[in-house]
Design a protein around this ligand. Structure first.
Ligand code: 13P
Length: 249
């Protein structure tokens, strides 16, 4: 069975005290055994968060990193810096990084390479905009994102990859993809990976859905055959909501 994952992407939310408060609450919860839980706090709180959950099964994840190892890149953070505070997993290609910070498929491929050189795990996000979907271009866009950022990798590299399908029109909007729409795209992603690599690789990679996942809709989305969990924004800021989603399989 594929690894089931519920990951909270906190984006630019939660300062140090709020991060600690959340983690203290989280440590009091019963964690479902077959679900891997992840939290991605702000860079400033990664060190503290990692130390705080050292003896706890939750994984602390970074929201981004730079593709270079070091140098004159004001404001950026490297893979080695993340690893030096215990972080071994990074989210790359989030739609906010793509649209607001102009990260394109080619630079994301470089980031993926750097993360793998540093033996990190990657949650790689793909997703189409509303206009792509309305013009029936959504499958092409997702295929292109996979091809241009990931399909140069070796079969072995895929052990370190998790894919997150996040339709841009569903992020933070309260509008979720229907379970059928999510399943359709997840199956397409898996088929595309199988055609490029093998069904063995494709069947092992966890594909998460992201975009307005809430306690009330998580179970229906997670029940789809090719949906292996979620990448959660807003609802991951509250421990109760996060745990309800973690228990929705
Ligand atoms: P929301 O759950 O707030 O829609 O955000 C989804 C997301 O972007 C997670 O990375």
């Amino acid at each position: 069975m594929r690894q089931q994952i519920v990951a909270g992407n906190w984006k630019m939310n939660n300062d140090m005290a709020e991060t600690e408060m959340f983690l203290v609450q989280l440590k009091k919860q019963v964690i479902p055994e077959d679900v891997s839980l992840m939290i991605a706090p702000a860079f400033t709180n990664l060190n503290h968060a990692f130390q705080s959950v050292k003896d706890h099964p939750v994984t602390i994840v970074a929201q981004n990193m730079h593709q270079s190892d070091k140098g004159a890149f004001t404001g950026e953070v490297s893979a080695a810096m993340l690893k030096s505070v215990g972080v071994k997993t990074v989210i790359l290609g989030h739609s906010e990084r793509r649209s607001i910070f102009k990260e394109e498929n080619a630079v994301l491929a470089e980031k993926v390479n750097t993360a793998l050189i540093h033996d990190m795990n990657i949650i790689f996000c793909v997703g189409e905009t509303l206009s792509h979907r309305e013009t029936d271009d959504h499958f092409n866009v997702i295929e292109e994102q996979l091809e241009q950022s990931l399909f140069h990798l070796s079969q072995a590299n895929w052990k370190q990859l998790i894919i997150a399908y996040e339709p841009v029109w569903a992020i933070g909007t309260g509008e979720t993809a229907t379970p059928d729409q999510a399943q359709e795209m997840h199956a397409f992603i898996r088929k595309t990976i199988a055609e490029k690599y093998s069904s063995n690789v494709a069947n092992k990679v966890s594909i998460l859905y992201g975009g307005s996942v809430k306690p009330k809709n998580a179970a229906e989305i997670f029940s789809q055959k090719d949906v292996d969990g979620g990448l959660i924004g807003g609802a991951s800021l509250d421990v109760e909501n996060f745990m309800e989603i973690a228990n929705a399989f």
